[in-house]
Write a protein that binds this ligand. Structure first.
Ligand code: NOJ
Length: 768
């Protein structure tokens, strides 16, 4: 593959490396570099550090700065600007993003390896968020599977497909805890819960990176956006995050820590500020927590221009100041903006950034390039494309199946079986592009199987289709009449509603999260036919449907289910599979309830359901008094539409024999909760058993409930399984007033539950 006439790895570099290796082997300490790294060569990691030393020793300041530069183009632009190739030849670029042509990837890598001064390979990045070509459900949907092994498989498949096109780095997983469905990027998240998001974080990292990062199908994962981006005020994207240090540690940081423990190769700094300091210049987050406390030794990339966005934030005076702030926070690589390239040399000369910091940044970047095996094997095989393999499509279907959440099913409207005449209606019933969801640059609508395609392909079904509305925001009612007629001649209506893909994701927040366009009106018209209505929602967030919920008989939340959404939905509608998804977010009834999440605090006036007086029941000229009132809304009350962890099945499950291994433990001990789960219904189905806890009294007030464990089991009708959940007292620790993790003695409650508001099976123990 190497074709140029210049040696690609500089001879001098190899010689120096050789000398260093010999000196290490002899345990020599006469070279100053030796003291900076491990004195003995004990592992491949030590050898990598030696190799990095040898290259760094040869690099000019400009070449070092070059490694910190990520260049590329917007996802819309196809050609590589010629000036970028020239910069690459001079060693001024360390990474590219959004290079989509295989020829370009190969050519740029050839220039880097053969023509740049040190021959350091490039790392090619892309947003491979929930699939590359074979698109899996949006991450929020994947979280609803409560099945991390499916997510791991999906990420593995995404890595296999993307790496076969030369991509070795994805900007995923997104680990921002989000408690506000107005925020468009909730779709990319694992939802509101730190424990569930942490388990998903591990799954994504393992899947993308595989067992061995040097494997050509492994791609580096990127934990983003560090940190607090999901706490954007009012759900407005890019907005301010005010998160106190306790909540930061007890909620927002946890999934990121889990990703470090799982070996994530890279991090991305957020656009947002946290408590007044932009994440991309935040030394507390990037250095004290990420590097010093967690020992992360990969590299951090900024978000798109987030270094220079510290100027509009009002934190940096100009680009030079921004570069100093970013580098001193050790944001190692700058995505697309060029402040490092323009100013780092000057800043170093002026002593505002030390060259040691720059060396450390370059070291972090080279370490990951080594770990990916890029120095040995910089190229990919363009003829070995592995896209849409049958097993990829099967896995995408399984993931879509397990992500779908049955929210309502009056009088067992579902499953439909095969005898009913179905009227398939709605703007998302046949929209290949929309059902792929946000962040699917490489997904292809012509490879997507829609509900209409899947239902009509099954010759045993009688399905007529009338779209009613052309797209989710459509206000034109011209097609209503045809849709009503289609409904009238059928036994049941399946209405595919929701949001187009563009209505969620980055920069697409909404203040009103009800169904857009004239969808509600069409549903109200269809309800007049008296036919049962099954509402299928394809959306990037929970959707409020106060006006229509009583008019429909069943509701399936299908998220944006990806390439195989149609076949998965068909299986659930017909009854070939039972729904098993559970909500990874609390589902509000109305807009005013947001932010909303289950693991909130008690407050001094917790809700008293028996004393709740609804707004219209308050007598006229009632005496002004707060007594009896609690932390609720007069109009929305205190309940969500559906709680976190909720999701129905075609079957039913009984929990029995619930035991606790002890009612007392010390802080060095563990406890085991056991439960027998029985499928008491008529369908083979999966159930997700959830274990929640509450620390009743704390030196810092504790949430009303926190998810501690979950397990998803498949049971045949009548079948039982015993599950056991073991946890240590240390897992109940919280980051407390002393700014340390503490486990406090006291009473704890546990619930073996079907969702966050299920208090049927309550246990108690004491920590001594
Ligand atoms: C901006 C987004 O915030 C980030 O998530 C994404 O990875 C980068 N752009 C690159 O596309």
């Amino acid at each position: 593959m190497l074709t140029g006439n210049r040696p690609h790895l500089p001879t001098a570099s190899l010689i120096l490396m050789g000398i260093l290796l010999i000196m290490y082997a002899c345990n020599s300490t006469s070279v100053s570099k030796v003291s900076q790294v491990s004195p003995k060569i004990e592992s491949s990691q030590d050898i990598i550090e030696l190799k990095i030393d040898s290259i760094l020793a040869l690099m000019t300041l400009q070449e070092k700065i070059g490694q910190t530069a990520q260049r590329g183009k917007s996802s819309r632009v196809k050609d590589i600007p010629p000036e970028l190739k020239e910069a690459l030849k001079k060693g001024e670029i360390g990474s590219f993003l959004n290079v989509t042509s295989k020829e370009d990837v190969t050519e740029l890598q050839r220039i880097a390896v053969e023509e740049s001064p040190r021959g350091i390979p490039l790392i090619f990045a892309r947003d491979v968020i929930h699939g590359y070509k074979t698109i899996f459900p949006i991450p929020l949907g994947q979280a609803a599977t409560f099945n991390p092994s499916l997510t791991e498989k999906g990420a593995r498949i995404a890595a296999i497909e993307a790496s076969s096109n030369g991509i070795r780095w994805t900007f995923a997983p997104m680990l921002d805890i989000s408690r506000d469905p107005r925020w468009g990027r909730i779709s990319e998240s694992g939802g509101e819960d730190p424990y569930l998001t942490s388990r998903m974080a591990e799954a994504y990292v393992k899947g993308f990176q595989g067992d061995d990062l040097t494997d050509p199908t492994s791609i580096a994962a990127c934990a983003k956006h560090f940190v607090g981006y999901g706490a954007a005020e009012g759900g407005r994207d890019y907005n301010t995050a005010n998160i106190n240090d306790f909540s930061l540690h007890n909620n927002y940081l946890k999934p990121f820590k889990a990703s470090v423990d799982a070996g994530v190769a890279t991090f991305m700094s957020g656009f947002n500020e946290v408590n007044g300091v932009p994440a991309s210049g935040n030394q507390y987050l990037m250095r004290s927590i990420l590097r010093e406390e967690w020992g992360f030794d990969g590299f951090v990339v900024s978000d798109w221009e987030s270094i220079i966005e510290m100027i509009p934030h009002g934190f940096a005076a100009d680009e030079k100041h921004a570069a100093a702030l970013g580098a001193n926070a050790m944001v190692d690589m700058e995505m697309t903006s060029t402040s490092y390239q323009q100013y780092l040399a000057e800043l170093i000369a002026e002593g505002k950034v030390s060259e040691e910091i720059l060396d450390e940044m370059v070291r972090n970047i080279l370490r990951i390039k080594y770990r990916l095996g890029l120095f040995d094997n910089p190229y990919f095989d363009p003829s070995d494309e592995k896209l849409y393999a049958p097993e990829h499509l099967d896995a995408a279907k399984q993931s879509a199946l397990e992500s779908m959440v049955l929210l309502k099913n009056n009088r067992n409207t579902l499953p439909l079986g095969r005898t009913k005449k179905i009227a398939l209606i709605g703007p998302l019933a046949d929209k290949g592009h929309e059902q792929l969801g946000t962040w699917t640059f490489d997904g292809e609508k012509n490879k997507t199987i829609t509900p209409k395609m899947a239902l009509q392909k099954d010759r045993s079904l009688d399905v007529t289709f009338s779209e009613g509305l052309s797209f989710s925001r459509d206000l034109n009612k011209d097609k209503f009449e045809a849709a009503i007629q289609t409904a009238e001649s059928a036994d049941v209506i399946v209405f595919c509603a929701g949001e187009e893909a563009i209505l969620s994701g980055e920069a697409h927040s909404r203040a009103d999260i009800s169904l857009p366009g004239a969808q509600e009106e069409l549903i109200l018209e269809l309800a007049k036919t008296g036919k049962p209505i099954i509402l299928v929602v394809m959306a990037g967030r929970p959707i409020t449907f106060e006006r229509i919920i009583d008019k429909v008989d069943a509701v399936i939340m299908a998220w944006h289910p990806g390439t195989m959404g149609g076949p998965a939905l068909k299986d659930i509608l017909i009854g070939d599979a039972s729904p098993s998804g559970k909500l990874p977010v609390t589902w509000p009834k109305m807009n005013g309830q947001m932010p909303i999440y289950y693991n909130h605090k008690m407050t001094g006036r917790p809700v008293k359901p028996d004393e709740f007086v609804e707004m219209y029941e308050i007598p006229i000229e009632a005496w002004q008094s707060s007594l009896g009132n609690t932390t609720h809304y007069l109009d929305a009350g205190y309940l969500p539409a559906f709680p976190f962890g909720f999701g129905m099945s075609y079957s039913s499950f009984d929990y029995s024999n619930i035991t606790l291994s002890s009612t007392k433990i010390t802080k060095d001990e563990a406890l085991t909760v056991t439960v027998t789960v029985k499928n008491t219904g008529n369908y083979q189905a999966q159930e997700t058993v959830q274990l929640y806890f509450r620390d009743m009294v704390g030196s810092l007030t504790r949430p009303v409930k926190e998810l501690l464990r979950f397990e998803k089991v498949l049971l045949k009708p009548g079948e039982s399984k015993n599950l056991s959940f073991t946890f240590t007292a240390q897992e109940l620790a919280f980051y407390g007033p002393s700014k340390k993790w503490i486990v406090e003695p006291g009473t704890f409650k546990l619930w073996v539950a079907k969702h966050a508001m299920d208090t049927t099976n309550e246990l108690e123990f004491t920590l001594e």
